[in-house]
Design a binder for this molecule. Structure first.
Ligand code: DHB
Length: 349
């Protein structure tokens, strides 16, 4: 008799457990929450971090900035495994380019100065890598594109999208390669022509990465948006140099390069703040982010997402997870249900 009761009790316990799990699953589905690792009852966590960036779905607002790491699908996968919500490739052009001679990078006390000279395999070759990367990646892949004329930007963008790119980011801000980059982005009329050409060539979102080396970055952003930009990335590197006191010569073979890292964070933050007051499209903040607090500052200034470059190059891909966790804890501590709630919050006094 006692044994029978015990058995029934056990049966009831199992049944309850199943219905409890089923209820959880239903709730999971209804509230679009994400499943974390065991234990079972603690697996629920509200998804505060997922965003829709100009139509792209990102699991969290951190992205790999352009120019960091190579062009292979293995490196992209490595970055996604490190927790990046999206990946931006190195800039690719119409034809292969070997770039400048060494030295191409030099360290300063507050960041890196680099002048690679846009080395890349050319879009034909890179298209294969894009298609293969798309097969292994579970986050959006954004291809950074440069050109020496509006039509060239459009041709490269079209080939990238045909190969599987989820969006393109126009490099109109490289600070030191002649007749491309900032030489385009610093002239609003030429910038508009580039954006319009690309917009009419592709059906995917077009991001425009701007240079801080202008009189008014907000006005440049406005020009890009008027031409059809779906989002603005701010900022690219700041034109800079370093000199070797022993040889009395510039260190980089190109003399001038682009400064990235903590030194440019306050400049980038100011740029995002100014752009937010001028345009309605999403802004992607970029420049010197090394921890969650830096990232949160950009979100509060008006960025919907952030790109991280130098910190990934120096500290590795797991920085994405660390920064995402930090943002999540901050949102939770402050009582926000979504990262979207803090975008531009510093403007509301
Ligand atoms: C390079 C390109 C950039 O857009 C930049 O900001 C810095 C360097 C380059 O390839 O040299």
């Amino acid at each position: 008799m006692e044994q029978k009761k015990q058995k029934q009790k056990l049966k009831r316990k199992r049944r309850n457990k199943i219905s409890h799990n089923t209820a959880y699953k239903t709730k999971l589905y209804l509230t679009k929450t994400t499943i974390l690792k065991t234990p079972a009852v603690k697996i629920l966590k509200e998804n505060r971090l997922g965003i829709n960036l100009a139509g792209l779905k990102l699991p969290n607002p951190t992205m790999l900035a352009s120019g960091i790491l190579g062009y292979t699908k293995e490196t992209f996968k490595n970055i996604a495994d490190g927790g990046a919500g999206a990946i931006v490739t190195k800039s690719v052009g119409l034809k292969p380019r070997s770039g400048y001679a060494n030295p191409t990078v030099t360290q300063t006390s507050c960041g890196l100065i680099n002048a690679m000279g846009l080395p890349n395999p050319g879009i034909e070759e890179f298209a294969k890598e894009i298609s293969e990367a798309k097969r292994v990646l579970n986050v959006p892949l954004i291809v950074s594109v440069y050109g020496f004329a509006a039509e060239e930007y459009a041709t490269v963008a079209k080939k990238a999208v045909t190969a599987g790119a989820d969006a393109v980011e126009l490099n109109v801000s490289c600070p030191h390669v002649k007749e491309t980059g900032s030489e385009i982005g610093q002239k609003p009329e030429i910038l508009k022509e580039v954006v319009k050409n690309v917009k009419s060539a592709v059906q995917k979102p077009v991001f425009v990465k701007l240079s801080p080396n202008v009189t008014s970055i907000a006005e440049t952003a406005e020009a890009a948006v008027n031409a059809g930009a779906d989002a603005i990335t701010a900022i690219n590197t700041v034109k800079a140099m370093a000199i070797d006191t022993e040889t009395a010569k510039p260190i980089l073979s190109n003399k001038m390069g682009g400064l990235s890292g903590p030194a440019i964070k306050p400049i980038a933050l100011r740029c995002v703040y100014e752009i937010y007051e001028k345009v309605k499209v999403p802004i992607i903040g970029c420049g010197g982010i090394t921890n969650w607090r830096d990232a949160a500052e950009f979100l509060l200034a008006g960025a919907s997402a952030v790109q991280i470059g130098t910190a990934i190059a120096t500290k590795g891909p797991n920085m994405f997870k660390a920064i995402t966790r930090g943002i999540d804890a901050y949102l939770k501590r402050k009582g926000f249900r979504s990262v979207n709630e803090i975008v531009g919050l510093s403007h509301k006094s």
